[in-house]
Write a protein that binds this ligand. Structure first.
Ligand code: NAD
Ligand code: GDD
Length: 340
């Protein structure tokens, strides 16, 4: 059920998931959308003229009040985030997203929003339960006793709990999903914040374009993850927002692969084989993680189901086109936005 009448606010609307959510809401017939992001407009990944677009810093309480004014639904997707290369080296910046989450919850309450969605992460899970490379399936209860990803994960766990207490103490309708590594077109694919699927696609595209048959991989390549295609993420977000699920719940694919298998798949799509150079000095995060989808199946009789192969084919093709466009660009910079 999409809210087609009341105002829907998407924070982080200039980013990957926020931009895709705005695009999806428009397609579903929602005509009253406000997208908010701190990035200048020409850096938004997707931008639409028929949406109220605001360029504002949501670290500030006063701007959160403006962002939340008149909102029926708020999808709070704004955060300072990225893949392992970013979150391991920017712990303070990641923790500062607590300002966005605190102020957005306060403003949602003050402005009388009906519903609030918070995007948490698999990085809240206890590190001791992710030591094996055998892709341990993480159940929601595995977040405790807490031993989160340092910085980013602790902030997510804190903000999960704050969302819960705003619901319990103040009656604000809050819903929380723990995203497992999301990928797809319009996701960050270069610059340092990109996650493994986009990074590997870019590296393979580049190796092919430059006829340099090598690829560098962070770690041994034995690390395991599950990757969720953006369309599954969007469907799950709306299902969870519209559900009676009160506790934070996994939103992720349960198709785990090693990073080496991920590289195999991308090479297969590109029709190339590359010599692998393993760089053990780069950030690697946990050894293995997968999403246990028992709870989401129980509540929604649904779970992300788009295969990694199908999702990667679309993502590779999009990154390939972005790469070619960037190489052609005079200044070597591509602005990743579209207008309606
Ligand atoms: P993204 O970086 O593409 O989008 C986040 C957006 O938030 C960016 O456009 C950024 O400019 C904006 N932002 C940052 N600080 C802001 C501020 N002070 N004021 C206003 N806007 C600000 O990331 P994404 O992949 O779209 O992630 C969306 C949400 O999902 C985030 O909360 C993220 O932590 C969470 N999440 C994402 C993944 C994933 O794999 N993509 C996994 C787990 C959780
Ligand atoms: N980013 C990246 N780039 N990772 C690589 C690369 C590369 O070129 N080569 C290998 N890897 C390895 C990393 O070392 C890591 O072990 C694994 O691929 C996955 O890395 P990421 O995709 O960057 O992050 P993650 O899965 O550890 O964590 C991400 O997902 C969480 C949710 O599941 C991050 O984006 C978190 O912010 C997010 O919350």
């Amino acid at each position: 059920m999409t809210n087609t009448a009341g105002l829907v606010v998407v924070t982080g609307g200039g980013g990957f998931i926020g931009g895709a959510l705005v695009a999806s809401l428009r397609k579903q017939g929602c005509q009253n959308i406000r997208a908010v992001d701190v990035k200048p407009f020409d850096h938004w990944y997707q931008r639409f003229d028929d949406v109220e677009n605001l360029c504002m810093d949501l670290n500030e309480k006063s701007t959160c009040d403006v962002a939340a004014r008149g909102a029926h639904d708020i999808y709070n997707l704004a955060a300072n985030m990225g893949g392992m290369g970013f979150i391991e080296k920017n712990k303070a910046l990641c923790m500062l997203s607590v300002l966005i989450n605190t102020h957005m919850l306060q403003s949602a309450l003050k402005q009388g929003a009906s519903r609030f969605f918070y995007a948490s992460s698999a990085c809240v899970y206890n590190g001791d339960k992710q030591k094996t490379f055998e892709a341990p399936s993480l159940k929601e209860e595995d977040a405790y006793p807490a031993l989160c990803e340092d910085g980013y994960g602790w902030e997510k766990l804190f903000s999960e709990r704050m969302s819960r207490h705003f619901r319990e103490d103040f009656g604000l309708y809050t819903r929380v999903a723990r995203f497992h590594n999301v990928y797809g077109p319009w996701g960050t694919w270069f610059g340092g914040r990109e996650k493994a699927p986009a990074a590997i696609c870019r590296k393979v595209v580049e190796a092919k374009a430059k006829n340099k048959h090598e690829i560098d991989i962070w770690g041994t390549g034995n690390q395991t993850r599950s990757f969720m295609y953006i369309d599954d993420c969007l469907e799950g977000v709306q299902k969870i927002m519209n559900s009676e699920i009160l506790e934070p719940i996994n939103l992720g694919s349960s198709e785990a692969v090693s990073i080496n298998q991920l590289v195999d798949m991308v090479e297969g799509i590109a029709g190339i084989r590359l010599e692998r150079k393993y760089d053990l000095t780069q950030p690697q995060g946990v050894n293995g993680r997968n999403s246990d989808n028992t709870l989401i199946q129980k509540y929604l009789h649904w779970e992300p189901s788009i295969s990694l192969q199908a999702g990667l084919e679309k993502t590779y093709s999009w990154i390939h086109d972005q790469y070619v466009a960037r190489e052609k660009g005079a200044a070597g910079v591509v602005r990743e936005f579209v207008t309606s």
